[in-house]
Every structure is written in C-alpha cells, then in structure tokens.
Write a protein that binds this ligand. Sequence first.
Ligand code: ZN
Ligand code: ZN
Length: 414
Amino acid sequence: MANLVIRLLQQLIPPLLLSYFYFAWKIATFEVGPNLISNSTSGPIIGYLYVILPSLLIVPTTLSFLRLYFLPSVQSVPPLDPPLLIQDKKIIFECLSPAEAKIIRLANDEEHDDDEPLVERCYKGECGGRWKPARTRHCNTCERCRGGWDHHCPIFANCLTAPYMRSFLALLLYTLPTVTIISLPLYKPLWTRCREAYTLSWTNEYIRQNWWEWRYSWIVAGGPIGRYAGGTFLGWKELDKIDEDSILRLNVGLMVLLGIILALISAGLAYTTISLLIKGNLTIDRGRSTAHNQALMAIRRLQLQNQSIPAKLEANLAKFSDQRYFFVPLPLTEGQLGRKGKIVETLPHERPYDHGLKKNLHIVLGRGWKWILPWNALRRGMDDEVFMWPIQDGVERRLREEAQRRFQEGDESR
Ligand SMILES: [Zn+2]
Ligand SMILES: [Zn+2]
C-alpha cells in the first residue's frame, strides 16, 4: 500500500515541481522585474537584478532536480560479484556473521568453516543474488539494491544514494534563497491584496450567501482555517475579474505561498540530512536504530513483567542490530598457501563508519565546501568507494589486533 502511494506521488510531484519552477521563473523575469524597473523609487537597478537573478538561481536548482530525476535505473547498483581484492580476501571487508553464514551453507549442503567469510547477497526483486556490500540497501520501490542508500524520494522519483548527496543538498540549499529572493518584492503587496480579497468576500453578495452563510462551508473547508482560506480565495478571484492584468493575481499569490512551503520543507530536510551526515549516518541508519531501540524497549518491558519474549521481537532485535562482522586478513607468512584471516565482530560502542564530523562530510560530499557550487553539485560525490565504504582507523586497528590475538590463541591451543 505504502509503495502504491509512493509510486502515485512520484508521478505527480516531479511535473508539478517543474511547472512551479517554470512559472516562478516566468513571473519573476517578465513581470516582477519589468514592473520594478518602471515603478521603483530606488531606481531601475533592483528591477534589472530581478530580471537576471531568477535565471541565475532557478537554473541551477532545476538542473540539480533534473540530475536526480534522470539518474539511470542502475545508479549506485553494486556489481554482481565483489571485486577480486575481496574475493581473494586480501583486504578487510564486512561479511555475514558466522551464524548467518552457517545457515546459508547448511541450506546449500556446503561444508562450513567459521573463519571462511561469506559476503551478503540479495535475492529480492531484480537483484538475483547480487553482492550486497556494507551500507547497501534494497529499495522496494525500485526493486534494486543500491550502495550508500539513503531513502527513496518521491520528490524526484528516484533513490537518494550517497554519491548524489551533493546534488540533493544543493537542490535543498538553493531552494530557500531562490524562493525568498524571487518573491521578496511581492510579499507586502500580496498580503495587502489578500486582506482586500477577504474584505471583498464579505461585501460581495454572492460569496456571502454561497460561502460564509452556507452551513456546509465549515465541513467542505475542513474547519475554521480552511473556511477563511476558501472565502479569501473566492474574494481574490473576484478581485482578479476587476483588475485583470495585475501582477497580484490569485495564481501569483498561490505561487508565492507554495514557494514558502517548499522553502520550509527543504530547509528542514537540509538540516536533518546534514545532521545525519555529520554523525556518519544515512537516513536508513536512523530508521534502523529507532527500530532496534523499540525492539529492545519492548523486550525489557516483557522481561520486567516476567513474560515470554515473542520470537518476532528477538528477530527484530537481531535484524536491526548495529553489530557488524568483518573479515580481517592476517599478514602472509612465507610458504603459506591461500590467505588466512579471522572474522571479528564490532563492539557495542564501535561505529566503524563514523570518522568524525569533518571526514564524514568529506567522504560523502568531497573536501571543503566547493561541492555546493552548481557545476560541482551536478557531479558524483563518490565513486566505487560507495561499495567499499572506508572503515574508521581506530576500529580497523582494533579489529586487526583482535584477529591477530585470536589467531595466536588458536595456534597455542593446537
Ligand atoms: Zn536487492
Ligand atoms: Zn528507489
């Protein structure tokens, strides 16, 4: 059901947004600008600025949007098999836990060895057993796995993944100033017009009888606020009839209102996205950690009441757990055939993909701040490292030491 809603929304939102961008650009460039040039008391310079600014601002905003909308369906899809470095076990990489690997091997009638790593694979949708590297998730709307998956976004009808995070952030961060600057000269006169429309709606016989005195207007408009909005809307339409060519038309008023809503949404989204990135998270990680905490709380509550724990809760706890397993290769010794290594799990407090504020941003967006420039924002921020996400130095060191220790311990006990 949720998937159907997303599919429907993503058919509607992109054309609506593009029409909005076009409409806003047209009004600002061909109406607000020329109007300011001829009427402004502060001289024509501001007017000329309003002829040029919208194009300068809306063009990069629209381009970042189109960039995300037209991403190929295979964007950020991992290769079918892991690279040779992983297949030959030459580097450290995330793998399935020995318990999960054992279940898969038993099902396939294979022998199992606890130190033999098995990479995760996905058999859902279009994936067909494709390699599923660390930080890869299967999108149920696209029916594909994508590396560095953040979420599926109906706004541009595509998955948002780490390599395109800069285009997404640019889109969000450009929207706020674009909308504010473009509609700035219109706020005050539109507000006056809005109040005039409201007053007119009461003096106009037809609107008064058919809206304000109509009992069902409360229900149709969904409450007092909607009722005021509806009355103003009707009054504004009347005003437009009297003064047809005015720039303060109802549709311009609605455009500015929609712009304010869009700007607020994008500012909020930009804020949450950046705060997640700073902590080394993607949107999916926050969802998983919430689900994990909920399962944990539910189990604790049941334990306190001395009740039995349903298997589903236990499964959720494991499924959304933050614990990860890494295959850690051991240094090659002379005459040794094949690469040896150990599978080591992370400790509860360890966050292998959190490198600290600066490096977290650097990995996803690129060094410094220049990714925000329009021509940079359209380029990919990450290449293949999205399938081999860098591991935090301290965690990697601890994993290597632990692998070495377990290896020696194993040797001594033999
Ligand atoms: Zn998949
Ligand atoms: Zn998707």
